[in-house]
Design a protein around this ligand. Structure first.
Ligand SMILES: [Zn+2]
Length: 297
């Protein structure tokens, strides 16, 4: 499992959050589907090669019915076909991004914390398997949205998604694959592109990665002008900076080990510079993540 309910804060967390903690309290995590205790694993930076995740204890099991328990089967099926229906989606999914210091007024529809939203919006829509239908919940970082985007490729057009100031209202329209250089009509999108192999340029105020997207130099048969992702991290703690760089290294490492089968993909809710179309800027850590994934996603 890659997310959990933290019973101390009563919030959802993504497993990658464990990288940021100086001390991991193993007792405080519960399955978001059924509330059974789950345990953090593979969270030691520089020691564990894979990403952090949560697992059941050796004698543990989900408490039926638990939708997270069935997620593996859905993910397999979702590689081949759409799993959502007109009634909703069979698994909890994020449909709205709200940054933590931008909480909407309490009482508005759709503004609950994730754990409430996921549970409350659950409705029964028939008998047998797949009887649950979810209509989305709010999250505070793009990572859970990105994971759903990657795991459910045939559902992108049917899954609603709302991000303030960002054009589009479904996963298919909010996500924006960078290809050839151009000035976009709306500068803010949830952009994604493979990382270029070049090392990033770092300073006290920002870090900048070259992306493997842009124009092709046909004369020399190589990449010409490319998009660049600049992360303005002047307000970030060292922990946040190190965690981002570490996440990129993990994704790059997996891509390298795959022998070319997967890419390290950079996802970010960024803004294109009005003067320089190659430059895309992000300034908040909640709005960027780097994950390994197949060449075609
Ligand atoms: Zn469960």
């Amino acid at each position: 499992m890659d997310s959990a309910l933290d019973i101390t804060t009563n919030e959802f967390i993504e497993a990658e959050h464990l990288w940021e903690l100086a001390f991991v309290d193993k007792d405080r995590y519960r399955c978001i589907g059924c509330g059974t205790q789950i345990w953090p694993a593979s969270y030691k930076r520089d020691i564990n090669k894979r990403r952090p995740y949560f697992r059941l204890g050796s004698s543990g099991s989900h408490i039926s019915p638990c939708d997270i328990d069935g997620e593996v089967e859905f993910v397999k099926r979702a590689k081949l076909e759409r799993i959502g229906t007109a009634d909703g989606f069979p698994l909890p999914f994020p449909n709205k991004l709200v940054l933590s210091d931008e909480r909407p007024v309490v009482g508005q529809a759709g503004d609950e914390q994730p754990q409430d939203g996921a549970q409350r919006r659950r409705s029964r829509s028939g008998g047998g398997l797949g009887l649950r239908a979810y209509h989305g919940h709010t999250v505070k970082t793009i990572r859970p949205i990105v994971k759903k985007f990657m795991r459910f490729p045939h559902d992108r057009e049917g899954l609603p998604l709302e991000i303030q100031n960002c054009d589009g209202n479904t996963y298919a329209t909010v996500f924006w694959r960078l290809n050839r250089l151009m000035q976009f009509r709306y500068p803010v999108h949830l952009y994604f592109a493979p990382l270029h192999w070049k090392a990033p340029v770092k300073s006290d105020t920002h870090i900048e990665w070259q992306l493997n997207a842009g124009d092709w130099d046909t004369v020399n048969n190589r990449r010409g002008a490319s998009y660049r992702l600049r992360v303005d991290w002047s307000e970030w703690s060292d922990t946040k900076k190190n965690t981002l760089m570490y996440e990129v290294e993990v994704a790059r490492g997996r891509a390298k080990d795959s022998g070319g089968a997967v890419n390290a993909w950079m996802f970010f809710l960024g803004e294109q510079d009005s003067q320089d179309q190659t430059l895309l800027v992000v300034n908040r850590h909640q709005l960027i993540c780097c994950v390994e994934g197949s060449k075609q996603i």
